[in-house]
Design a protein around this ligand. Structure first.
Ligand SMILES: Cc1ncc(COP(=O)(O)O)c(C=O)c1O
Length: 297
């Protein structure tokens, strides 16, 4: 398999995908990004991702000098180049990462020294989670790293500056967990390092509100929309450790992972330690809706 990358107007392989060391994305993590996956080779919920990319950019006063149509074209061209590559003919679906950075400047924090923002689009094979993960669920660890205070790097910004998330995930991996659960500065549960978090108690689904300081996940939003049709009562409410530890079920959501059952938090099983019926119902509804939305016209 060969990855294909667009960098500032040029599409090529990984070796050709270079960015200046003076780009403020590299120097300071100054930039924003989106991850979209395809179903049937078409990006899923792409418009929602574009909207969030613009909101993130606005929150760091970063100009995105491309129209939505322009960005869609560039993603289409890069994805097409990926599938045309002889090594990629057998790939079914791809992971697409779109990054916009402040661009090349001086070694200082002054954005007026930067020229054009840089645009990078990375397309690589989508490596889905094994079926086993959905069948048996995963363990998460509540970590000591705290989710960014909304007055630091606001978690609503899908920022390229991911050191805090990386440190949280690495703490979880050291403890044998699939992902980390981060609390916010008030000690409430916020989300995972690359996913949002839900719990089920007495048939009711609960997820922390955006005010708890978390990314407004596209999948989180999509799951909230699916709930009425799947007959699952849902609310956004502050969650604490005890709510997760005493939940009947729990799951995490992200664009590439969909809905992953959580069956263990540190050393404690969630519910009976197996994926529960509400999680299974929502995963079924999710995949069903994806099929409907991506079916050839
Ligand atoms: C911190 C964080 N929360 C949640 C998510 C899930 O977001 P989405 O559903 O938009 O993929 C991600 C995805 O990368 C993330 O990094």
């Amino acid at each position: 398999m060969a990855i294909v990358v667009y960098v500032n107007g040029r599409i090529g392989g990984e070796q050709d995908a270079v960015i200046s060391v003076l780009d403020h994305g590299f120097l300071y993590g100054e930039g924003v990004y989106e991850v979209v996956r395809t179903y049937d080779r078409r990006p899923f919920l792409f418009e929602r991702h574009l909207q969030r990319l613009r909101r993130s950019a606005q929150m760091i006063a970063l100009d995105v000098p491309f129209s939505d149509a322009d960005l869609a074209d560039k993603v289409r061209e890069t994805t097409a180049a990926f599938f045309e590559h002889p090594d990629n003919r057998s790939v079914a679906d791809v992971y697409v990462r779109v990054l916009v950075t402040r661009g090349v400047g001086e070694i200082n924090y002054d954005p007026s020294c930067c020229g054009q923002p840089s645009l990078v689009i990375i397309v690589k094979p989508l490596v889905g989670l094994p079926a086993d993960v959905y069948e048996h669920g995963v363990k998460v660890a509540i970590v000591s790293i705290v989710r960014n205070h909304p007055c630091s790097i606001n978690p609503l910004i899908k920022s390229n500056n991911l050191l805090n998330n990386a440190l949280a995930a690495q703490e979880a991996y050291r403890r044998g967990a699939f992902d980390a659960v981060l609390r916010n500065y008030r000690g409430e549960i916020a989300e995972c390092s690359i996913a949002n978090l839900f719990v089920v108690k007495d048939g009711h689904l609960v997820t922390p509100p955006l005010e708890a300081g978390l990314l407004s996940g596209i999948t989180r939003g999509f799951v909230l929309e699916l709930c009425p049709g799947a007959d699952v009562p849902v609310e956004q409410k502050v969650l604490r450790d005890a709510d997760l530890l005493n939940a009947d079920e729990s799951f995490l959501t992200s664009s590439t992972q969909e809905i992953v059952p959580i069956v263990q938090v540190d050393d404690r099983p969630v519910g009976d330690g197996r994926p529960g019926p509400v999680t299974a119902r929502l995963l079924h509804a999710y995949r069903q809706r994806v099929r409907e939305m991506t079916a050839p016209v």
